[in-house]
Write a protein that binds this ligand. Sequence first.
Ligand code: SIN
Ligand code: CO
Length: 388
Amino acid sequence: MNQAINVLGKLSKEEFLADYWQKRPVVIRNAFADFDMPFTAEELAGLALDTDAPARMIIEHGLPPENKPWQVKLSPFSEEDFTSLPDSHCTFLVNDLERYIPELGNLIEPFRFIPDWRIDDLMVSYAEDQGSVGPHTDDYDVFLIQGQGKRRWKVITREDYNQELIPGLPIALLKEFEADQEWLLEAGDMLYLPPNMPHYGIAEGACFTFSVGFRAPQTKELVQSWLETFDAVPEFKQRFTDAGRTLQANPGEIKKDDLEALSKRITDAIEKQKETIPLFLGKYLSESKGEIPIEDRQSQSETFLKNTDYERESWLRIIYIDADKDDKQLQLFANGHHIKLPKTLKKDVQELCENYYYTAQSLQKLAENNAFKALFDDLIQEGGVYPV
Ligand code: SIN
Ligand code: CO
């Protein structure tokens, strides 16, 4: 594992996982000591103007002439959108930041004690004084890192809070918010919040807050995506047959035999495909949200070169599964691709998954494997890895 800084203060990773993860909030003072803000508000606005990074503005008292409460503006923006913002009670947020500023992968690295497939993105918010996104809950865990300035965080930890939302707003905000915990975070401090815990962060003076957000797929999303893989099974295209049907009294009835035959089709299909679940999950969870064209990088070659160092883009997820029945093979997944590799390459695969910089030496053994070479060619062509 890379020697990332321990951002959990006095807590060990084991203690954090046992006592806080998905359970309760915790503030770590000075988690990122001497935090150096990597950009200014103007530079962040520039990023939103120049790229397709998903961004939004939240203006608590709205913009004239309507002055509608909690007005939301979504990217793409024009320069005027920025100049017309009020000097207080507004926030500008940019998601997927690590994809647009790869060096900011450094802010995610310390959280890789949680597996990569669980990590979603790095978001940043810039708020003017009193800026906030309002009192709300999120469906996922989040580490909120104070980048610059101060933000007051109010949290409701009790479970019996009023879940009613303010009607008619473009964002889901809680109608009532009586916090039972409160902290003022300063640059370098960090707050961890479990999913669904109501929180309300209000800037005290202009401030930047980074959020490392996690990904928690919904069961429905997983099932739907798995079902899509059924398209590749020709026998699932076969239609229902009912030769030998006997006369029934009422045309409106679905008879027991028909129900059973139809149900059996569904359960047989699931049973037949069950074994494909690990492979589906590996591919699905390694898929990236989309590639980012990096115009100024001219790859010297579209295929894997020996004796060359490579770097991996922070958006590229490379993950593996080591659960082969006969214990001879590993499953390696990257950006939705899948290959099998012999377990003799386990150490090399682990390093590939952990690291973002690959020396020619570290790729040497993998490079002798044809499946790996083909996978690496694909990743080069997709811009996920590039020679340096
Ligand atoms: C913010 O950075 O202002 C919002 C983060 C959050 O509440 O999830
Ligand atoms: Co939130």
